[in-house]
Design a protein around this ligand. Structure first.
Ligand SMILES: Nc1nc2c(ncn2[C@@H]2O[C@H](COP(=O)(O)OP(=O)(O)OP(=O)(O)O)[C@@H](O)[C@H]2O)c(=O)[nH]1
Ligand SMILES: [Mg+2]
Length: 310
């Protein structure tokens, strides 16, 4: 029997398993975390219609019979923020660009900004291929209207792929995954096939509380908050979680708690429901609001609150 006949009988015979790292980068609020969740088919990374929602690097692992892709969601690279937390976030994003097999640079189809230019500049450090993903194409009725814009932005660098898609509806995401697959090196898997993230339930619990704060609080307040899990125990399949919401100033505490504690109660209920979905079990959640003066601009406070470079 010839090699070709053999291949036809066993199409996978010469396809070895492939595995690699893919960083998802871009300025804040372009839809990086939404894209990660869409690819994985579950909520790993929190999202909100606000810049600077993601603060940490978060890994999402997708394993199929033929490959494993380790996606790295990153904080939005931003300009202007001068505090220690801004430096931490930008560091986490910048350091994700080198030593990955593919970089996905996400932009918003509607707007190219100075912060996109800043990301482009950081991409000089990329050692592997860079894909340009133009997100949020849902809602365009005339797809041709996108073309001039795509042509314009794809000239800004030598991208190995330019892929318009919608992280929200999933349109075009298959094409992205296909293009990623083609660039993965042959390798055995880095993670067990049923592992989806490198983050603990403790971390996810804190993030889900923070998501409700980011979505629910007005103006600058979300940027003054962080969440620390003080207790996380499991008794008879029920998770008991105590979380502290840290704020920077006394006056912020009352605003978060709200009239007769209503706002804090609502935040707690929303977060608990999401946790029960994520952990697939019952959760008792208790929240406290405490003040730690200027924690967001204090390197030591940041480290003790979980903002550590890895
Ligand atoms: N219409 C539309 N909205 C989207 C799409 N993808 C994301 N969004 C919305 O854009 C907003 C920001 O999404 P995120 O995924 O949090 O953005 P991000 O890039 O991770 O933001 P940072 O973590 O702050 O850097 C949210 O309100 C999303 O629902 C999309 O394909 N279409
Ligand atoms: Mg994000």
């Amino acid at each position: 029997m010839s090699d070709d006949e053999l291949k036809q009988m066993m199409p996978n015979v010469d396809k070895k398993f492939r595995c690699g790292y893919v960083a998802i980068v871009g300025r804040p609020n372009v839809g990086k975390s939404t894209l990660l969740n869409r690819i994985l088919g579950q909520k790993i990374s929190i999202t909100a219609n606000r810049p600077q929602t993601t603060r940490h690097r978060i890994i999402g692992v997708k394993t199929t019979p033929t490959n494993q892709v380790v996606y790295v969601d990153t904080p939005g690279m931003h300009l202007g923020g001068k505090r220690a937390i801004n430096r931490y976030m930008n560091r986490a994003a910048n350091s994700s660009i080198a030593d990955v097999d593919v970089v996905i640079f996400v932009v918003d189809r509607l707007r190219w900004t100075e912060e996109d230019d800043n990301v482009l500049q950081k991409l000089e450090q990329a050692t592997g291929p860079v894909f340009l993903v133009v997100n949020k194409i849902d809602g365009i009725t005339r797809k041709e209207s996108l073309l001039p814009h795509l042509q314009d932005i794809s000239q800004r660098r030598n991208f190995s792929q330019v892929i318009p898609l919608s992280a929200q509806t999933g349109e075009g995401v298959d094409r992205l995954e296909q293009a990623v697959d083609e660039l993965l090196p042959e390798s055995g898997p880095f993670f067990p096939k049923d592992q989806v993230t490198d983050r603990s339930e403790r971390f996810m619990a804190a993030e889900l509380v923070r998501e409700k704060l980011v979505r629910g609080l007005a103006q600058e307040l979300p940027y003054s908050t962080t969440v620390e899990i003080e207790k996380f125990t499991v008794e008879n399949d029920v998770r008991h979680i105590h979380a502290v919401i840290w704020v920077e100033r006394d006056g912020q505490k009352g605003i978060i708690i709200g009239k007769q504690g209503k706002q804090l109660k609502r935040i707690g209920e929303q977060a608990r429901k999401d946790m029960e979905r994520a952990f697939d079990g019952k959760v008792f959640l208790q929240l406290w609001v405490k003040v730690r003066q200027g924690w967001a601009d204090d390197e030591r406070a940041l480290r003790s609150l979980g903002y550590q470079d890895d």
